[in-house]
Design a protein around this ligand. Sequence first.
Ligand code: DHE
Length: 509
Amino acid sequence: MYFIFCFIAVFISLTTTSVSAETTVDGTLTYQQHCAQCHGVERLGAMGPALLPQNLSRLKKPAAVDVITNGRIATQMPGFADTLSSTEIRALVEYIYKESSISPGWGRQAINNSHVIHYEADQLGNKPVFEADLQNLFIVVELGDHHATLLDGDKFETIHRFKTRFAVHGGPKYTRDGRYVFFASRDGWISKFDIYNLKTVAEVRAGINTRNVAVSYDGRYVAVGNYLPHNLVILDATDLSLVKVLPTVGNDGKTSRVSAVYTAPNRKSFIAALKDIPEVWEISYADKDKKPDFEPRRIVLDDYLDDFFFNQTYTQVIGAARPTDSGSGKSKIKGGLVIDLDSGKKIAELALPGMPHLGSGITWNYRGKTVLASPNFSTSEISVIDMDSWKTIKNIQTEGPGFFMRSHANSPYAWTDVFFGPNKDKMHIIDKNTLEIIKTLQPSPGKTSGHVEFTKDGRYALVSIWDMDGELIVYDAKTLEETKRLPMSKPSGKYNVYNKTHYEEGTSH
Ligand code: DHE
């Protein structure tokens, strides 16, 4: 009897000890010590996404524990297994799933209050203040010290270096004439830069946590896709003044983050995929003579699209859900799906392994067929898919998972980085006709090499060394010999005016 009593007493004491240990760990404090720098003091996001219940709806708590413990693939999120105890991690998860006392709203008034016009259009001239081939310029985003460089693509010399907002992410977008470029920062700032006058002319904070920005083909509007608030924001491209806020609400009333928004030049519309609602939205700006109403056409899908791109005629969307974003690890469709934008119907499912990065997908002509190729965040392969039959032609084995892929219509090669793992300093060159890797470069041993962009004519390929003490390396795209190195501060992406404004098949959208 005494033995049973002692056993129960010890059991009660043990269980209460563990419960009280959990309740005494302060998730708030742990958050401020370890997470606030990237996710924002108020959990509204900065370099990392916002950590609020509104943003975590597709991530189950056990999956959040796993992300904090082991880190998240293809992001800057490290694992905390060696820094935090499992009790601290559980307390942190409870904290981030609690409603915040700070309202994550960022409405019309906040957007309008943030709007700054640095230069009115009539204050600046219409001729470039420098000499260079205006179609062969590059904007290079330097993440290391939050600057951008305007580079002459013939001489590979810096024309101008300027400050950007903190943590610019995604491709800056040009107007079709190449005069203006729009940047989006992760914390919602949209900046318009006048390349001819080398001046930032207007800025506005369009959201708290922004995904990316798109410019309409006619240069009249800018669309901003937000994670927080859950909306799309339409701006006037002239001065970035607010035109419309479109809350991203599904038919069932549920709200959603925006995965990304792009312009579809042939359709004269913006195409946006939603992260928490299985819908793609098409927002037309086709009518040139009157102001569009920006009412979305909803295409309802079987699954969420976290990542997507288009065929060259913009009649099809090719997208995939990311298993890690669905929390349960199970999205309904294994791999990717293809949607016909005219009919709004799914026309194929793709056998894509791992976590394909379709946003970096490119297309080319392979023995009379158009193929698409996509890197993969989680497996060491590049999938090459026939865009008629939607069957995989080949999975090209690489030395590690990659992030970005690039080619050019005038180049016989497609370049892809390795980016993750022990071979992160390598860059593969694939023959587009044989689908074999014909050379592997190691531009700067030990330092991550990633993201390639070609010159206008495809003669040179520019590679980034992702290091604070980084470089931009210029390669002859035919001989694959190095021709020049320019020191830069963690140059992330680089964007050629001609390739971008002509929607070159080898580059991103
Ligand atoms: Fe990106 C583009 C999403 C992490 C650097 N990234 C994009 C785009 C999307 C996207 C939707 C297309 C926007 C556009 O160009 O209009 N990125 C995501 C993610 O979901 C992911 C995996 C997690 C996240 O943190 O949001 C992610 N991205 C990163 C990084 O960690 C990178 C390497 C460093 C950084 O800047 O944070 C990074 N993403 C880039 C770059 C592009 C990009 C350089 C533009 C590629 C291009 O050539 O167009």
